[in-house]
Write a protein that binds this ligand. Sequence first.
Ligand SMILES: *[C@@H]1O[C@H](CO)[C@@H](O)[C@H](O)[C@H]1NC(C)=O
Ligand SMILES: *[C@@H]1O[C@H](CO)[C@@H](O)[C@H](O)[C@H]1NC(C)=O
Ligand SMILES: *[C@@H]1O[C@H](CO)[C@@H](O)[C@H](O)[C@H]1NC(C)=O
Ligand SMILES: *[C@@H]1O[C@H](CO)[C@@H](O)[C@H](O)[C@H]1NC(C)=O
Length: 367
Amino acid sequence: MKNGEAVGGGGGGSSISPLVSFLLGAAMAIVCILFVVSASPGRRLADISAWSNATATAEDTPQEVAAASNITAAPSPVQAPAPVSAYGDLEEVLRRAAMKDRTVIMTQINAAWTKPGSLLDLFLESFRTGEGGVARLLDHLVIVSMDPAAYEGCQAVHRHCYFLRTTGVDYRSEKMFMSKDYLEMMWGRNKFQQTVLQLGYNFLFTDVDVMWFRDPFRHISMGADMAISTDVFMGDPYSLGNFPNGGFLFVRSSNKTVELYRSWQQGRWRFFGKHEQDVFNLIKHEQAARLQLTIQFLDTTYISGFCQLSKDLDKICTLHANCCVGLAAKLHDLRSVLDVWTNYTAAPPEDRRAGKFHWNLPGICIH
Ligand SMILES: *[C@@H]1O[C@H](CO)[C@@H](O)[C@H](O)[C@H]1NC(C)=O
Ligand SMILES: *[C@@H]1O[C@H](CO)[C@@H](O)[C@H](O)[C@H]1NC(C)=O
Ligand SMILES: *[C@@H]1O[C@H](CO)[C@@H](O)[C@H](O)[C@H]1NC(C)=O
Ligand SMILES: *[C@@H]1O[C@H](CO)[C@@H](O)[C@H](O)[C@H]1NC(C)=O
């Protein structure tokens, strides 16, 4: 089974084991074929809907069951039913949002970041005021919500929203860096990324405090298994000596990268109490060698952040409010950044070339 344990293992609530459920599905398929052969067209739909009821698990919502029966009601009823996973409609959301090459852009939000005028608004505004068609990338953005309020907030402003149901953590509020909930949240995010890879999608994960001014994909190498932003770029994009920042991360789906994520998750217990970024630093050498991974570290001239600020507005693609603690400080500085950017994009080319535009420095974090 392609989905592996990430999809099957998250459920917990289902009493039907994958094997039993597979056999049941196969048996029902045979029954179904017999019905299709013998039944009149009018009866066919009801029988197929009974089939999808049999394969559904206790935690399925009515919509999921309905969606599954729509799939089985397709012209070729012999095909297997879509697996109804613990991740709900994730596959459907990914399919709708993906580019032709199965790449999606993903960000993750909680309620504290969705209030009007908060980070999500600034994030979306940056796409809309961006250049070179970056606004079109919004069609490929999946916003992953961590709580019901964030999901509602997403649906009010965006087409591709996904509600990631998680247990044990209250995601609604801002998380203190390195608190228990913070660690749980970051590792949950890591596991979720692994699931997306296992479903066969490449992703570009972006924190919601990253402003998108221009299309960053042109700076991601075709040969990279993984491309990650850096707090400080050391000059060589393929040197493991760079200090990565997972707040902007592209990963190409392959067996190698899925395997990397497995080791990364195991690192959580090997290096207990560390967050995923630290663990990545601890395992990057051994894993890159073991899996023959090409890891590209992104130049801060283009994929920038407050840690190492790109002052060239003609080149910058994205700007991350990293090296900056606290929601209010991020909001303040990113607002100022967007205001400068808006003036820059409205200016005639000769004014731009003359270098008349600069970030307002220093802000609270930006300097
Ligand atoms: C399938 O389940 C739905 C709701 O769970 C129910 O309304 C419907 O009658 C069931 N269909 C059959 C054929 O049992
Ligand atoms: C099922 O199909 C019907 C008609 O094609 C459509 O109106 C309905 O929205 C679909 N339901 C789901 C859950 O996709
Ligand atoms: C992983 O490898 C198997 C067989 O080697 C292949 O069928 C499958 O498509 C690969 N998966 C990915 C995501 O590349
Ligand atoms: C943008 O341009 C206007 C008009 O020139 C100016 O008043 C304003 O201060 C500029 N804003 C920033 C953030 O530079």
